[in-house]
Design a protein around this ligand. Structure first.
Ligand code: NIG
Ligand code: FE
Length: 388
C-alpha cells in the first residue's frame, strides 16, 4: 500500500543533495510512502501516482523527532523535589535514589504501562524514535527487568547500572562498580545496545566510568556518557577516547573538551530540559557548532532533572537560550539525534528511509521555535503507519 503526501508547503529532508541548505528544504513538495519506507521525494508537480493520497494543505513536513536520551522506566514522580528546587534548593544527583525506591517497589506491569504512556505522549508530539535507559533499579534483577521492559518498546536501550551508587553500596562504591561491570552487566547485556555512566561528582569518577564503559564495550555495548553536566570533569574526554556515540549534557566544557568533540565522531547531545528544570546555566551550543562539533538535542525525559517529553520545547529553548538557529535546532532534533544513535534509517526524509514523519500545523519548521509551547502536531506517521 502506497500513500502520496502532497501539498507540502515546506519539506525538511535533511539531505542537502535534495533541497536547500543543510536541512535540504524543498518547497511545494510531495513524498510517497510505500509500506514502512519512503519511496519517493521531490516537487509536488513531478510526483508519481500512489494507492492513496493525503493533502498536507501547505503545511510543513519533517522527519519524526529522534529523542536519543531518556530515562523512562520508572515509577512515581518527584514533584516535591521540583517544587523545593523552584523555591531555592539546588539539584543533586542524590535525588535519583528517590526514584530508585519507587521503581523497585513497582510491578513489571506498572513500569511497562508507565513507559508506554510516556512513549505515546512523545509520539503525539512528533517523536518517532526514543532511546531509553535503565538506571532506577540498581540491583541485578531491577536493572535487567528495566532493560527487558524497555526492549519491548524500542531497540535503543541503554544499560545505566552506573547511574549512582546503589544505596546498599553507599560505603563500598568499588564493590558497586564491580557488580556493575560483572554480574549486573551479564544480566543486562542481552537486552541492551548501549552502555552509559553518569560521570560526575556524587556519581562516578573518571576511573570508575572508564571501567564501566570498557566492560560494557567488551560485551558489545557501545558507549555513551553522561558527561560534564553539573561540573567540569573527565567525562567528555573519556567519551571521545573510547569512541562513544555521544557525550550527553556537555554543560561545563573546557576549550580542550570542545576541541576533542570537534575532532571526533562523538556527538555532543545537549539536554536543555535539564537546565530548565534545575534552573542551571544552559550549555553553549554555538561554541560547539562553531568549533565544528556535531550537536544533537534531546529531552533527557526523567522524573528528576527534566520531566518533559517535548522535543519542540527543547528546540525552542535551544534557539532562545543556547545560540542555535531554528534550522540548526531542527537538524539537531532529527538527523543528528539519529547520528547519536548511529542510525541511518531515521532522521531524514530520503528514499529508503523509514517513513517516520511529522506534519506540523504550521507552514514552516521555524514555527517550532517561533511558537513555543503551542501544540503544532497535525499528523505523525511511524513506519509508514499514521499514528496521530
Ligand atoms: O540525565 N544525570 C543523571 N541522570 C539524569 C537525572 C536523573 C534524575 O535526577 O533522576 C539526568 O539528568
Ligand atoms: Fe540523563
Amino acid at each position: 500500500m502506497s500513500t502520496l503526501i502532497t501539498g507540502i508547503g515546506s519539506l525538511v529532508t535533511n539531505d542537502p543533495g535534495i533541497g536547500a541548505g543543510p536541512l535540504g528544504l524543498v518547497e511545494d513538495a510531495a513524498v510517497v510512502v510505500d509500506g514502512d519506507r519512503i519511496a519517493w521525494v521531490g516537487p509536488a508537480a513531478a510526483a508519481p501516482a500512489a494507492d492513496e493520497s493525503f493533502d498536507a494543505a501547505g503545511r510543513a513536513l519533517l522527519p519524526g523527532f529522534v529523542d536519543s536520551h531518556s530515562h523512562l522506566v520508572f515509577a512515581g514522580d518527584r514533584t516535591a523535589e521540583f517544587n523545593a528546587r523552584m523555591s531555592g534548593q539546588s539539584y543533586s544527583a542524590g535525588g535519583i535514589r528517590t526514584t530508585v525506591a519507587a521503581t523497585r517497589a513497582a510491578s513489571d506491569a506498572e513500569l511497562d504501562a508507565n513507559l508506554a504512556r510516556f512513549l505515546r505522549e512523545a509520539l503525539r508530539q512528533g517523536t518517532t524514535t526514543v532511546e531509553c535507559k535503565s538506571g532506577y533499579g540498581l540491583t541485578v534483577e531491577d536493572e535487567a527487568r528495566a532493560l527487558r521492559i524497555a526492549a519491548g518498546h524500542t531497540p535503543e536501550t541503554t544499560y545505566l547500572g552506573a547511574h549512582v551508587v546503589a544505596p546498599e553500596f553507599a560505603d563500598d562504591p568499588a564493590g558497586y562498580v564491580e557488580l556493575v561491570t560483572g554480574e549486573m552487566l551479564d544480566a543486562c547485556a542481552p537486552h541492551a545496545k548501549w552502555v552509559d555512566v553518569f560521570c560526575e561528582r556524587g556519581a562516578f569518577d573518571g576511573d570508575q566510568a572508564r571501567a564501566v564503559l570498557t566492560a560494557g564495550a567488551a560485551r558489545g555495548l557501545v558507549p555513551r556518557v553522561h558527561a560534564n553536566q553539573l561540573s567540569y570533569g573527565p567525562g567528555v574526554q573519556l567519551a571521545v577516547e573510547l569512541g562513544a556515540a555521544s557525550a550527553d549534557h556537555c554543560t561545563h566544557l573546557t576549550d580542550e573538551d570542545v576541541a576533542a568533540l570537534a575532532g571526533s565522531d562523538t556527538v555532543a547531545t545537549l539536554l536543555p530540559g535539564a537546565e530548565f528544570s534545575t534552573r542551571a546555566a544552559y550549555p553553549n551550543a554555538r561554541r560547539l557548532l562553531d568549533a565544528g562539533a556535531a550537536v544533537a538535542l534531546s529531552t533527557d525525559c526523567n522524573p528528576g532533572s527534566s520531566f518533559t517529553s517535548s522535543m519542540a520545547f527543547c528546540i525552542a529553548v535551544a534557539v532562545r537560550e543556547m545560540g542555535m538557529t531554528p534550522d540548526e535546532a531542527v537538524h539537531a532534533a532529527t538527523a543528528t539525534g539519529a547520528r547519536a544513535l548511529r542510525r541511518t534509517d531515521v532522521g531524514t526524509v530520503t528514499v529508503g528511509a523509514r517513513a517516520d514523519l511529522l506534519l506540523l500545523d504550521a507552514p514552516s519548521h521555524v514555527h517550532l521555535a517561533y511558537r513555543p509551547g503551542v501544540p503544532l502536531t497535525a499528523a505523525v506517521w511511524r513506519n509508514g503507519v499514521r499514528e496521530v
